[in-house]
Design a protein around this ligand. Structure first.
Ligand code: SIN
Length: 495
């Protein structure tokens, strides 16, 4: 069955439903297919081939061959392609955002924000690519000089999640191309259309064949394709964004060929609101952090801790702010929050909510399923007086449930915040430099956000510590993960 491009798209070329290999959308030999379903309407948007393992191996081989020439292109040529791709994305913002909302369910405003955010990585790395500097080192032998070069690691496997169908692909591909790597990308089976649209634009921007290959796999075959990518010795690095459990598995599989890895994994972000915080700001920004993409980001607030003097006022204002949410089809006018990708995260929210209520938490905002809108719709919930031993404080929610608790002392809450295997993001709201500095220094997380709930940016080194993973994406550090240092010792130079 062939599905027509969604009527909302102005540029119909952005709707692609075949694997993108060697700069062509190709037919697969596979007879198996998988469907992409709009989570808001439950309608089928597209039916895509589930590629065979031979096809995926072939795509990797082509990317390996392409690497041999792409690595030799001048950095200025690559910079121009990256800049052109940035421009092309910006010329197609509305269409690309529409695709995200159709396949992911988030509101159109959120999708537009994602496209602009994702595009900014191409602009950033178009510039940063020129600064992939090496060093000159003075060795102990005075007749020698040591020079280091940062060289592209090789073919990289990019394993991308559903929650940012475009921006996670761009955040990985932009630095990889900046340094001369080629990529084989596997999008999440629920949201592959944004990656295919990106592939179309990458070709338009002038990237040579097989610098970007997009392979397609269903949810069922994803573990097999992930394993193939991790075990294939032609791939020299894997960058994964997803759960900690899957990250650990991929790491094990990658050990067979000892690959370089970047792991952007789960989080359990605390928000700490001190008595001296700007209360209005703390409330609006906590809402922004908690309910961005309905809680489906790794950096969404998972635990909200508010100091005792402002606790009651914070809860009251938090509940009032949630009343302004308009839940609906993300493409409808005025909708602030769309739907979830599937019912799994609703079940998790319900489970964590029941557990917290059983332990003594109280309801601040009673949300719940919105079956009249569809099975993936859920009106966000909030709890207060949540006991510290509740599941919601120890497991990543990845859904629309806010859990709030009171604290008295700074050191007591610092210990509670750090009592988790995760360490991705933390948020602090305070007007005191001492509080801000102390918490920033001792919170065990890769990123700390002060007085803002939305902190990510192409210029920020994004990444975690502990079981939230390792590696940094974006910023001046973003290219390092795609390079290897070569040391050249120039001997006897003063002959
Ligand atoms: C993530 O959820 O991993 C990405 C969040 C962001 O880049 O803002």
């Amino acid at each position: 069955m062939i599905y027509p491009p969604p009527p909302q798209l102005k540029n119909k070329n952005l709707f692609q439903t075949k694997p993108f290999i060697h700069n062509e959308f190709i037919n697969s030999n596979s007879t198996k297919t998988f469907k992409v379903i709009n989570p808001a309407t439950e309608e089928i948007i597209a039916e895509l081939p589930e590629q065979t393992s031979e096809e995926i191996e072939h795509a990797i081989k082509l990317s390996y061959e392409a690497f041999q020439t792409f690595r030799r292109t001048s950095v200025h040529e690559r910079s121009k392609m990256l800049r052109k791709l940035f421009n092309l994305i910006m010329e197609n913002v509305d269409d690309l955002a529409t695709l995200i909302t159709l396949e992911n369910g988030k509101s159109f405003a959120d999708s537009k924000g994602e496209i602009v955010y994702g595009a900014s990585y191409f602009e950033w790395f178009a510039e940063e690519s020129k600064r992939n500097y090496g060093e000159v080192i003075q060795p102990t032998n005075p007749n020698n000089k040591i020079i280091t070069l940062k060289q592209p690691v090789g073919v990289v496997g990019l394993l991308c999640p559903f929650n940012f169908p475009s921006a996670m692909a761009t955040r990985k591909a932009a630095p990889a191309w900046a340094v001369g790597c080629t990529c084989v990308l596997k999008p999440d089976s629920q949201t592959p259309l944004s990656s295919l649209a990106l592939a179309y634009l990458a070709k338009e921007a002038g990237f040579p064949p097989s610098v970007f290959n997009v392979v397609l796999a269903s949810t069922e075959s994803t573990p097999m394709v992930g394993k193939m990518i991790c075990e294939n010795s032609l791939i020299k690095k894997v960058s994964f964004t997803g759960s900690t459990a899957v990250g650990k598995l991929l790491m094990k599989q990658s050990s067979t060929s000892l690959k370089k890895l970047s792991m952007e994994l789960g989080g359990n972000a605390p928000i700490i609101v001190f008595n001296d915080a700007d209360l209005e700001l703390a409330v609006t920004q906590s809402i922004a952090s908690k309910f961005r993409s309905l809680g489906q980001t790794c950096v969404c607030a998972n635990r909200i801790f508010v100091q005792s003097e402002i606790y009651d006022k914070f809860c009251e204002k938090f509940a009032l702010a949630m009343k302004k949410f308009k839940i609906g089809n993300g493409l409808d006018e005025g909708v602030t929050h769309g739907c979830l990708i599937n019912t799994k995260s609703i079940a998790k929210v319900e489970d964590q909510m029941k557990d917290a209520l059983d332990k003594g938490a109280k309801i601040l905002v009673e949300g719940g399923r919105l079956s009249n809108l569809g099975k993936n719709f859920y009106s966000p919930s909030a709890l207060y007086d949540v006991p510290f031993d509740s599941k919601v404080f120890h497991e990543e929610t990845f859904g629309p449930l806010a859990a709030i608790a009171k604290f008295e002392k700074r050191d007591e809450i610092l210990d509670i915040c750090n009592d988790t295997p995760y360490g991705l993001a933390s948020y602090i709201f305070s007007e005191s430099l001492n509080n801000v500095w102390y918490m920033s220094e001792f919170l065990e997380s890769g990123m700390v956000s002060v007085n803002t709930g939305v902190f990510t940016d192409c210029s920020l080194p994004f990444g975690g510590v502990k079981e939230s993973g390792f590696g940094r994406e974006g910023s001046l550090h973003g290219m390092d993960d795609y390079t290897v240092v070569k040391s050249i010792n120039l001997g006897n130079i003063y002959r």
